[in-house]
Design a binder for this molecule. Structure first.
Ligand code: NDP
Length: 239
């Protein structure tokens, strides 16, 4: 089950998982964006199972999990990828900007984990991958809300990993740097170049490079990796 499936990185994750033979449940919030996306993905040769829910809505997420389990079977992998930005300096940030980002990027992951972890515990198997950000590792001016939420995902990951490690469930975080999604490609060329100049490998990351980490963490080979954070940022931030 992949949240924010119809976004730039979400699409790459769904495609990579389908290629590995997973049946993909694609959680999207907005039918008018999700339905054309579904047709586009079918044309890629796989058939994601679309579920519409807002990650901020706990009841909606519990129902989405029940529907997917009834229609597709056990959810053995969750990718908490849905995320938003509402960038402003703290001086200008209204409580709505703060809460919307925390509730989507952090509480949303809690909602889905809360719904699936009891099922995974019963089955003694599960993989959870949380998509954080380089800015959750190093902070970023104008992103107190986003960086706090993304840093919070690391705390959630490490704590939950300890709670479920003995039951065959791994929980990890991926922290992408700047990735060539529509959002980043829409930035004026000059600004994009100044971003690239800060990346030692000299280019943006590709969504498929994040997706490949997801498929690895989801695989049986990654069973000894839990509570980890994998940074994929072209060397922009090392720690
Ligand atoms: P996109 O904006 O392309 O995708 C975000 C997805 O999240 C969209 O499908 C969006 O749905 C969905 N979403 C947003 N709010 C909700 C909600 N309340 N309920 C359900 N779904 C929701 O972003 P990216 O693909 O670039 O980013 C994916 C993840 O990667 C995010 O968590 C982001 O923070 C993180 N990331 C991205 C980086 C980058 O450079 N692109 C760098 C570091 C981290 P809708 O289409 O309806 O808006």
């Amino acid at each position: 089950m992949v949240t924010g499936a119809n976004g730039g990185i979400g699409t790459a994750i769904c495609r990579a998982l389908a290629k590995e033979g997973y049946q993909v449940a694609a959680l999207c919030r907005c039918p008018s964006r999700a339905e054309p996306w579904l047709e586009q993905e079918k044309a890629q040769g796989y058939n994601p199972h679309l579920v519409i829910a807002d990650i901020k809505d706990q009841d909606g997420i519990f129902s989405a999990v029940s529907v997917v389990e009834a229609e597709l079977g056990a959810i053995n992998l969750v990718v908490n990828n849905a995320g938003i930005t509402r960038d402003k300096t703290l001086k200008r940030m209204q409580e709505d900007d703060w809460l919307e980002v925390i509730q989507t990027n952090l509480t949303g992951a809690y909602h889905l984990c809360r719904a699936v972890v009891p099922l995974m515990l019963e089955r003694q198997y599960g993989r959870i991958v949380n998509i954080s950000s380089i800015n959750g590792e190093k902070g970023q001016m104008g992103q107190t809300n986003y960086a706090a939420a993304k840093a919070g995902l690391h705390g959630l990951t490490m704590s939950l990993a300890q709670e479920v490690a003995s039951k065959g469930i791994t929980v990890n975080t991926i922290s992408p740097g700047y990735i060539a999604t529509d959002m980043v490609m829409a930035v004026p060329e000059e600004i994009r170049q100044s971003i690239i100049n800060q990346i030692p490998v000299g280019r943006l990351g590709e969504p498929s490079e994040i997706a490949r980490i997801v498929t690895f963490l989801a695989s049986p080979d990654a069973g000894f990796i839990t509570g980890s954070n994998l940074s994929a940022n072209g060397g922009q931030h090392m720690h």
